[in-house]
Structure formats: C-alpha cells, structure tokens
Unconditional design. Structure first.
Length: 367
C-alpha cells in the first residue's frame, strides 16, 4: 500500500519538474481544441513523437476542423496516413469524425463516458482529451506512466495482469492533481519519455530520485515487470507485379488481416519462402493464372528479386516482388484494377510495398 504522503510528494515534485525543467516541445501541447488533441493522440498510438509530429501537421493543414476530415474521401485520408501503419486507427479516425459531425454538429462530447463510447477511443485517449481539453480529473495510464509509477513506488506487480492494471490505474488517479489534471498528465508522460526512460534513465538528474524506491534499492532496470512476451509470427509473401499494355494490376486488401483496405500487387502467401526459379514461376503462373510460358516474361531478366522485410507488433513479413510482363489478360484478373505507372502514387500502400516502389523510383522497373 502506497502512503498518501508519498503520493502527495510525488505529485508536487513532478509538477515542479514540469514547470521548471520540462522543455519538451510538441505542436499540440497546451492547446484546448479537443479535435486537435484527439488527432494527435490517435496519430501517436504505436508511433514515436518525432515521426507523428510531421503527420499531425500534415493532417491539420489538410483538415483543419473535424468537419473537414469528415467530408474527406477515404482514399485521400489513407494516402495522407500512409507510412504510419496500424491502419485501423485511420479507419476509426474517419468513422468518429463523421459520427461527431453528423450526429453532434461537429461538437466533441465533453464527458469521459461519452468520449469513451466513440470508436477508436480507449481509456487512455479519453482521459487525455478529458483532462487536456475540458480539465476533467482523469489520469492517463500508458507505458510511460506504468514505468514512472512502478519505479518510484517500487511496485513489482506485472503491468500486463488484471491485478497490475487495477493497481496502476488506482494509483495514477490517486496521484492526479485534481485541479490541474491536464498539467499533471502532461508532466508524467513527458517525464517518462525524457527522464525515466525504458533504458538508461537519467537518475542522476532526476528530481524524484531521493524518494524513488527503485533507485534507492538498485532496481531501476528491473521495473516495471511485464509477464507476457510477444511471439512474432513470420509470414512470407510473393508479390506478383503484373504488367499488361503499360498498366499494372492492383488489388485492395480485405478485412480480417493486416493492411485492411490498402492496395497491393497480386500476393501469394507461402508457409516458407520458395526457392526462386523458372520452374517455380512456371508452376505458379500456369496453375494460378492459366498462362503458358509464351504468354509471360520476367521483367529484369534472371536477377534474383530482393528480399524486403517489415516488422509489425505481432508479425514479421518477408516479401519479394516479381515483375511479370503479360502478353494476354488472365481470365481471373479481367475485373482487377489496372493502373498506369504515374497513377501509382495516388494509392495507399503498405510500407513494404512503398519501400519497393521507392527502391525503383516509383519503378524504373515499373515504367
């Protein structure tokens, strides 16, 4: 049980650090507009601040109000989001923007419970908007907060257990400065990001170290505790880049898998990456598409295709891009999307495909 006096000292010391020493600048800090706060929080989910900063500014420039975002075409928003990953965030962003615009005249709800009911907004984001925009007393609890609280109070209960979540949520809200919840929340997030970092924390300069349990018992590197380890699944994709009469075939990914709604070349997923050979290509093109050897040609000669890799939270994807010149339209691709090289930039692709396109300058092999 954490003593009340300890929590009060912690809260005051943290606020003092924020007001005197915190020089972390971000374009959304200090604003009260719930739309901009919400936008920044959604962008920063699973994204580093230095990467999200540029995306935030691009979105604000393109869609300065929630009504502007609600009116935007899906494909334009996805294209602007391209490179951030976790595309469900983008889908939820559009859904919520339209819901607020169509049902609430573009006015953001101003209670924690109403915020939490919106698609794509969980307890952390709801607390951030509630405290920053409306000065409501709800504590944000994320990885930074878990780490600061676990170290300062010496809590070894795993953060990824039901008991741990309850303990840290309770402690976070008890430590919250009720009259200045936004200031406190910003302080603890910035402190965790700049001082009490996951590795190599700056304990020497830390103004909390005198009462930090982990520091004083030499357990800084042991806290917080997390039980579960993410097991990454490995997937192997062969993308067949089909060209017919100067156009390239694209398809849109469906629901239920990674990159939902993004565009790609025709993909063949394998349990393991097959050996690249003429016989492999013959087999795939004959059995999948009914093409004889005379009806296709490998672009780029016999050169082995480069292996690309994209690491996601729960899976690692390895991919090759095999460019094929067709002399006839395969029956199964007659209703596919065929686009000219200059049109490729209009479509939102997964990062691994963009990496391929950039390598070929939007395709010297694709033009």
């Amino acid at each position: 049980m954490v003593e009340k006096q300890h929590k009060v000292w912690f809260s005051k010391a943290l606020k003092n650090w924020h007001l005197v020493e915190n020089n972390r600048k971000m374009p959304w800090k200090g604003i009260k507009d719930p739309y901009k706060i919400w936008l920044s929080e959604i962008i920063l989910q699973q994204t580093r601040v230095d990467q999200g900063w540029a995306y935030y500014e691009k979105f604000i420039q393109a869609y300065p109000t929630i009504q502007d975002l609600a009116k935007a075409k899906d494909e334009k928003v996805f294209k602007l989001w391209e490179g951030l990953g976790y595309y469900n965030r983008c889908r939820n962003l559009l859904h919520t923007a339209r819901e607020i615009t169509n049902h609430s005249k573009g006015i953001f709800p101003n209670t924690y419970e109403e915020l939490l009911s919106l698609k794509g907004i969980g307890p952390y984001t709801a607390a951030a908007i509630a405290s920053f925009a409306f000065n409501l007393p709800y504590a944000v609890v994320d990885g930074n907060v878990f780490r600061v609280l676990a170290r300062f109070h010496g809590i070894s209960t795993p953060t990824d257990t039901k008991e741990g979540v309850a303990i840290f949520n309770t402690l976070a809200n008890q430590s919250l400065a009720k009259k200045q919840p936004g200031l406190y929340n910003q302080a603890i997030m910035d402190f965790g990001a700049t001082v009490c970092t996951p590795s190599n924390p700056d304990c020497v300069a830390c103004n909390l170290s005198s009462k930090c349990v982990a520091f004083n018992v030499n357990k800084v590197n042991q806290l917080p505790v997390k039980l579960k380890r993410i097991t990454k699944k490995k997937r192997h994709f062969d993308f067949f880049c089909f060209n017919l009469n100067g156009t390239w075939m694209l398809q849109q990914r469906g629901e239920g898998d990674v990159w939902n709604g993004l565009f790609q070349f025709y993909v063949l997923e394998q349990d393991r990456m097959p050996v690249f050979s003429d016989s492999y290509l013959d087999t795939v093109l004959k059995h999948q598409f009914g093409l004889s050897q005379k009806q296709w040609k490998l672009i780029g000669g016999d050169k082995l295709p480069k292996l690309y890799k994209q690491v996601l939270t729960h899976q690692t994807i390895e991919a090759r891009f095999i460019c094929i010149q067709l002399s006839k339209m395969p029956k199964m691709l007659q209703n596919a999307l065929w686009v000219k090289p200059k049109q490729l930039s209009k479509y939102a692709f997964p990062k691994i495909i963009n990496d391929f396109l950039v390598t070929f300058h939007h395709g010297s092999a694709l033009e």
